[in-house]
Each structure stands twice: as structure tokens, then as C-alpha cells.
Design a protein. Structure first.
Length: 308
């Protein structure tokens, strides 16, 4: 666990000296770790400080979303209610541009502080790129702290520069909220929590939503709506909920080993008891194949595979 920048740098130096791959771990949600584990150094970001300045919240990346939602409401700030019930950290939410109910982190991010580990090294260490994931750190360098404005983060649907390039470690973020009414915010939160309880299989362990909602080309969307008129009311900006495709094919309850497509929500694969990561991967692949064959739509995972 790394509780501050100094400990993060120390972990990076250790990984470099020992030629280890690294993986940056936030709250552990929306990831699936291989049954064989991760062959490298997992750095758990555990910093958790925050402060409120006017309508901004300056918060460490290791802070839980549950905590920051609660603090925003206590201070009569609005704009983060949608995140209630998301079991992750600020850093993970920024990286994945997490969102719900039509809103996302990219809407409220003002600035993100990062350690850049993908830049070219200095003269002493050589010009080797340093990355996370499947590559090992080859050389050491003087890890620099940088601040990126919202546009530099390149936010898009469940995407960001951090997720695509995997060359930054998120240290903190400034959330730009608005003055609101605490009573109204609490009412909205209760509505969101009720919706999650009614629609999501919270009684089972899972990695969260498996697939991103696919964004379709006009021609394909029009064809699908003609064949399935109900899509007219649920499509938003050419996106259709991934769970709709799964449910339309009657795949709820489908099992591989002890991994099961939730009977409550088609975009969740739950652990029905002793499921292996391999079971989840095979089941997700089966779902993708059937959706592609029947609808001509290629689903993409929202969850991240680690160690595969």
C-alpha cells in the first residue's frame, strides 16, 4: 500500500530495480484478476485526504467515492449524487471516467494531479519509455508530478487518457461542484440507491457492469429500432444498454462453471459460488459472440482484465 507520493515513488523504484511489471490498484472494483494472479508489483493507492474550497473538492485519488459523495452532501454541494453506491476510489473513477444516470467524472473534473511514468527518461537513465501493465520498468528516472486540466484528460464514454495510455499514476483531483440544497441532494441519493437495489444483483459478488453500452452507427441503430420498437425509448445518443442485447437473447441465468449472467440484470456476471476468473472470461466471450452473431454489434468490456 502507498499512502503518499513518497511511498509511490519508492514502490516504482523497487519495481524498476527488480524489473517488475506494475499494476495500479484503486478500490478493486471493475477489475477481474487472473486465477494465476498478477506477475508483478501491485501498488495499492491508499492516500485519502481531502479539503473543500468554495464549491471545489480537492481530494486524494485513494479516497472512496462513498466518502466524497457523503462529504459533498454535508457541505451542500451538488453534482456528485450519481456516484452514490459505486464501490470505487476517486482515482479509479477518474481513470475509467465512471458514470451513472447520464453523468460522469469528466463532467466535474477541473484538474488531475499525476505522476508521469511514460515520458522519456533523463540523460542519466536513457530514453526508455516506462509503462504499466504488461511491460516491465526498464530504467529508473526522476518521477515528476504534473497537473492536467480537464481537456488534457481526454474524457469520453468510460475512457480517458489515463486508461488508454496507462502511463500515469493519478495522485489527486479537483472536483468542480455547485452549491446545492442538502435536502434535495439527499432525496436524489435515496432515489439512486433504490434504483440500484431494484435493478442490480447486489446480493452477489461481481466485478460490476461487464460491458460498455455500445454506440451504434445510424444505419444499424435504425435497423434495430425497426426490428425492436422498444429501443426507441431506451437509446440515448446512439447508445443502447449492453444489458438489453444480453436479455433479448435470453442469456439471463446462463452459467459457465459458477459464473452466471445475472437473472436480475443482463450486464452483470456474478459469482454464484466459487467461480473462477476463467469462468467469467469464457462466459463474457460467449455473450459477445452471440450478440455479434445475432445483432451485428461488438460488445467491449468495461471491466479490466489483470494478469491475463
Amino acid at each position: 500500500m502507498a499512502e503518499n507520493i513518497a511511498e509511490i515513488k519508492k514502490a516504482l523504484e523497487f519495481a524498476g530495480k527488480n524489473k517488475l511489471k506494475i499494476f495500479i490498484l484503486g478500490g478493486g472494483s471493475n477489475i477481474l484478476i487472473s486465477d494465476e494472479g498478477f506477475d508483478g508489483l501491485a501498488i495499492k493507492i491508499q492516500n485519502s485526504k481531502f479539503k473543500i474550497q468554495n464549491s471545489n473538492i480537492i481530494c486524494d485519488s485513494g479516497l472512496s467515492l462513498v466518502k466524497i459523495v457523503s462529504e459533498s452532501i454535508k457541505n451542500s454541494l451538488t453534482g456528485l449524487e450519481w456516484a452514490v453506491g459505486i464501490p470505487g476510489t476517486v482515482g479509479g473513477a477518474v481513470c475509467n471516467n465512471s458514470g451513472a444516470y447520464g453523468k460522469c467524472m469528466g463532467d466535474i473534473i477541473k484538474e488531475v494531479e499525476v505522476i508521469e511514468i511514460g515520458k522519456l527518461g533523463n540523460k542519466e537513465t536513457g530514453n526508455k519509455k516506462l509503462e504499466t501493465g504488461n511491460l516491465k520498468i526498464k530504467k529508473l528516472r526522476n518521477w515528476e508530478i504534473e497537473k492536467l486540466k480537464n481537456k488534457q484528460c481526454q474524457f469520453s464514454y468510460r475512457e480517458s487518457v489515463f486508461k488508454r495510455e496507462k502511463k500515469h499514476i493519478i495522485i489527486s483531483a479537483i472536483l468542480k461542484l455547485k452549491k446545492g440544497n442538502e435536502k434535495e441532494s439527499r432525496k436524489k441519493i435515496l432515489e439512486y440507491l433504490k434504483s440500484r437495489a431494484e435493478k442490480q444483483p447486489l446480493q452477489y459478488p461481481s466485478a460490476g457492469s461487464v460491458f460498455r453500452n455500445p454506440i451504434l452507427e445510424d444505419k444499424l441503430l435504425k435497423k434495430l429500432i425497426q426490428e425492436n420498437p422498444e429501443l426507441e425509448n431506451i437509446s440515448r445518443n446512439n447508445a443502447i444498454p449492453a444489458g438489453w442485447f444480453v436479455e433479448a437473447l435470453g442469456l439471463k441465468g446462463k452459467k459457465i462453471g459458477e459464473a452466471m449472467v445475472s437473472e436480475k440484470h443482463g450486464n452483470f456476471i456474478v459469482n454464484a459460488g466459487g467461480a473462477k476468473a476463467e469462468d467469467v472470461v469464457i462466459l463474457a466471450s460467449l455473450v459477445k459472440q452471440k450478440v455479434r452473431d445475432n445483432f451485428g454489434v461488438q460488445l467491449r468490456e468495461e471491466i479490466e482484465y489483470v494478469g491475463f
